[in-house]
Ligand binder design. Structure first.
Ligand code: ZN
Length: 318
C-alpha cells in the first residue's frame, strides 16, 4: 500500500499547513485554521508488552491503584483518551524534531525558531504554528489558538481486571517499587517503598482515532508516532513500564459506524476476535467497504513514506 493510492481522500498539505505571513513587518507567521469536513479513521488494537499503570487519579498513602470501571458486564482497566493523546503527542513531536534535524541538518531548536518563530515545547511553550500544534491543538493566552484536528476516545481492556490486573487480591500481588534514599545508613521504613497495581503483559485495548482535514503527512506521522510511543511507554512510571505493541486494523475515509464499546462486545474477552471481525468486513464506515485499507503491514507501509511527505512540507514552509 502506498500513500499515492489514498491521496485522493486526503487534503494537499498546502491547503492545511501553509503558513501565512505576518500582517506587519517582523510579525511572526501564523497558521490559519482549516475545516475541510473530511476525516480519516484509524482503528487498531494495542497489546501491553510489559506492566502498564493507567492512573489518572491521586493515590493514597504509598499505594497506586490503576483506573478501573464496570463496563459491559465486567470490571475493566480504563485507558483514558487524554493519556493516549498526551503520550502520542510527545512521540509525534519527537519524530518531528528528528525529521527536522535529518532534513535540514540543523539542531531542531534553531530550525524551529527560523520556521515557526520559536521552539515549540509541550505542554507550556506551544508555538501554535507548527505541524504538531495543528494536529494536536494549542491554546495560548494572547496568541490565540488552534483546535486539535485529531480526536481520541477512551478505551478499556478486553480482558476483565480479574484476568489482567495484578492487585492485592491477585496471585501476583501488587508490584513493589523502591524510593531510593540518598542516605543508605538509615533503616528502610514503609516510606522507602511503594506498592502499585498494574495491568499485566498481553492485555488488549482496542482504539479508534479520527483525524479531521487529514493530509498524507498527518497519516504517516501519526502511524510513526504510535510506533514510537509504544517504545517510550504510556501511563505512570513509563520510563520502565507501559510499553505496547500496536496492530493497526483499518484506515478508512469517513467516520466509523461503531465505537470502542462495539469492539469490546465483539471481542467478548478474546483479544484476537476483533482482528477477525475486521478481516471479515464486519465493521462499517461512512465510506464504501472497498475504500477501507486493512491489515497491519499495509498500514505500517503508509508510515514508511513519512520522509518524502515531510520533505514536501518543509519545502512549502521554508
Ligand atoms: Zn508547535
Amino acid at each position: 500500500m502506498s500513500i499515492e493510492q489514498i491521496r485522493e481522500w486526503l487534503n494537499p498539505v498546502e491547503s492545511v499547513l501553509k503558513l501565512e505571513e505576518g500582517k506587519k513587518k517582523n510579525e511572526p507567521k501564523t497558521l490559519p485554521p482549516v475545516m475541510k469536513r473530511n476525516v480519516v479513521s484509524i482503528v487498531g488494537i494495542k497489546r501491553t508488552a510489559g506492566r502498564f499503570l493507567p492512573v489518572s487519579h491521586e493515590g493514597y498513602s504509598n499505594e497506586t491503584h490503576i483506573d478501573k470501571v464496570e463496563l459491559l458486564g465486567q470490571e475493566r482497566a480504563e485507558f483514558i483518551a487524554r493519556k493516549l493523546k498526551g503520550m502520542e503527542r510527545r512521540a509525534h513531536m519527537s519524530v518531528f524534531r528528528g525529521l527536522i534535524e535529518g532534513t535540514l541538518e540543523e539542531e531542531w531548536k534553531s530550525a524551529f525558531e527560523k520556521l515557526f518563530g520559536r521552539a515549540c515545547t509541550i505542554p507550556s511553550g506551544l508555538c501554535v504554528t507548527c505541524w504538531n500544534c495543528s494536529l494536536f491543538g494549542a491554546l495560548e493566552a494572547g496568541k490565540g489558538g488552534t483546535f486539535a484536528r485529531i480526536r481520541y476516545f477512551d478505551t478499556w481492556s478486553v480482558e476483565s481486571t480479574e484476568q489482567c490486573v495484578a492487585s492485592l487480591q491477585s496471585e501476583e500481588g501488587m508490584g513493589i517499587g523502591n524510593t531510593v534514599s540518598e542516605d543508605l545508613r538509615g533503616e528502610r521504613d514503609s516510606a522507602s517503598y511503594h506498592l502499585y497495581e498494574y495491568v499485566k503483559a498481553g492485555t488488549h485495548f482496542p482504539f479508534i482515532t479520527i483525524i479531521e482535514s487529514p493530509t498524507a503527512l498527518d497519516i504517516a506521522g501519526y502511524i510513526q508516532a504510535v510506533r514510537m510511543a509504544d517504545l517510550h511507554g504510556y501511563g505512570k512510571y513509563n520510563a520502565n513500564h507501559g510499553k505496547f505493541e500496536t496492530t493497526f486494523l483499518a484506515v478508512a475515509p469517513g467516520m466509523p459506524r461503531f465505537s470502542v464499546l462495539t469492539l469490546l462486545e465483539e471481542a467478548n474477552g478474546d483479544g484476537s476476535a476483533i482482528e477477525k471481525g475486521f478481516k471479515n468486513g464486519k465493521f462499517q464506515y461512512d465510506a464504501p467497504e472497498g475504500a477501507v485499507i486493512k491489515g497491519h503491514e499495509s498500514i505500517v507501509s503508509l508510515g514508511d513514506e513519512l520522509k518524502g511527505e515531510f520533505e514536501q512540507y518543509i519545502q512549502m514552509i521554508r
